[in-house]
Design a protein around this ligand. Structure first.
Ligand SMILES: [Fe+2]
Ligand SMILES: [Fe+2]
Length: 181
């Protein structure tokens, strides 16, 4: 078979991480949350925690790559990869506390209301980060002929911001009120 000598138009790395970052295959992605508490907790872990963990590493790789290629002429990109890394770190710590402390406490009691209050404060911080992220996203809209990595980063970040806002909303408005009333 004749081998093509054409060079790929984008680095192979971009293609690999772009498909990963563009959309996770969570079976819960398009389903509504159940009503019972243990069902909601399982839904949050599958639909949000796992999906963030699947998508964020690829988005960080894309952010680093797009920043290194376009950061010189697009000011909004400078420092963006670091912002996303910090956001992923604080989100991971938060999700681990929920999975190892808060959710088991909801299942087995007794419920310590201060622990819920702490998570709500962290949600306030993450909502603030979502707002900052939305400003970045608005500034990062790629031109039509922009590279595939840039388009994948933009699409992936838009989905992540929407997911994180939905994640915070279901915990603050549906799950936590069952225990902190
Ligand atoms: Fe969570
Ligand atoms: Fe949370």
């Amino acid at each position: 078979m004749e081998r093509s000598t054409a060079l790929p138009s984008e680095p192979l790395l971009s293609n690999a991480v772009a498909s990963n970052a563009a959309g996770a295959a969570s079976p819960y992605e398009d389903k509504a949350a159940p009503d019972d508490t243990s069902g909601i907790i399982a839904y949050i872990i599958e639909r949000y925690h796992k999906v963030h963990r699947e998508e964020l590493p690829g988005l960080i790789v894309l952010a680093r790559e797009v920043e290194s290629v376009h950061g010189n002429h697009l000011e909004a990109l400078r420092g963006f990869a670091k912002f996303l890394e910090d956001m992923a770190d604080s989100l991971e710590t938060h999700m681990q506390i929920e999975e190892h402390v808060l959710f088991p406490m909801f299942a087995n009691g007794p419920v310590i209301k201060l622990a819920i209050e702490m998570m709500r404060l962290e949600h306030d911080y993450h909502n603030y980060q979502v707002e900052a992220l939305e400003e970045f996203i608005a500034a990062l809209r790629p031109p039509e002929d922009g590279c595939a990595a840039w388009h994948a980063l933009y699409a992936g970040l838009t989905k992540f911001a929407r997911d994180l806002a939905g994640h915070i909303r279901i915990e603050n408005e549906t799950l936590f009120p069952r225990f902190d009333a």
